[in-house]
Write a protein that binds this ligand. Sequence first.
Ligand code: NAI
Length: 225
Amino acid sequence: MRKENISDAVIRRLPRYYRQLTDLCNRGVVRISSHSLGQEMNITASQIRQDFSCFGEFGQQGYGYNVAELRRQIGHILGLDQHDKIILIGAGNLGRAITVHIGFQKYGYELAGIFDSNISLENIEISGIKIMHTNRLAEFCKENHPKMAVLCIPKSGAKEMVQKLLDLGVNAFWNFSHYDIHYDHPEAAVENVHLTDSLMTLSYAARRQEEYSAEPSSEEENTEE
Ligand code: NAI
C-alpha cells in the first residue's frame, strides 16, 4: 500500500469515505462503482479514483469496490483497527457530552479513563466509566499506555497538562481546549476542534447568501428604463 506524500486534503476526506462506506454496509450494499459512490457523496468519480490511488489499487476494473473491504482498508489507514486506548481530561459539560455522545468503540477506540482535577467528581460514573482524580494519571498511564487524550479543560490548565501527558507517553491530542499545543510541541499529533469556527464559517456563508439574494438579477437590470 503506497502512503508517501499523501496530501492533507486526501487524508481529511478519508473519514468521510469511511462514514459513507459504513452507511453503505449497513444498507447491505456489497459493491459500488466510483461513479455511484461519487453520486452518494456529491464528489466526482475521478476525485475518488485519484484519492484511492494514493494508497494502491482498491477496486477492480469493471467490478468497482467491495464495500466492506474498502471500509476495512480505509479503517486500517486511519488506524481504527489498532484499538488504541484514549483518555479524557476534564469531566465537565463538554467532557460529559463527548463521553456520552461519541461512540468511541464504534470507531475502534477504547475510552479507557476519565480524569478531572476536581476531587468531588471522583468515582462518579459517566457511561459506565468512573471519573478518576488527576493525581492517578501517572500510575494509570504507566499501566495502560493510552495513545491519545481528549482535552476538555480550560486553556489555563492545558499547557501544564499537555506537558505531563507527553512525559507519560501520550502524544496525540483531540484538543478542545483553546491552548495551541503545536506552538510548544510541534512534534505532537494534534487535532484542534473549535466548534465556534464552524459557526463563524456558517455565519460568513449566511452573509454571502443574503448579499447574493439582494443583488438585482440581470433581467431586473434590463427592464429599467
Ligand atoms: P466545565 O467548567 O463544565 O468543565 C471543565 C472541567 O475541567 C471541570 O470539571 C474542571 O474541574 C476540569 N478541569 C479544569 N482544569 C483541569 C485540569 N488542569 N486538569 C483536569 N481537569 C481540569 O467546562 P466545559 O463547558 O466542559 O468546557 C471545558 C473547556 O472546553 C472550556 O475551557 C471551554 O472553553 C472549552 N470548550 C471548547 C469548545 C470547542 O469547540 N473547542 C466547546 C466548548 C467548550
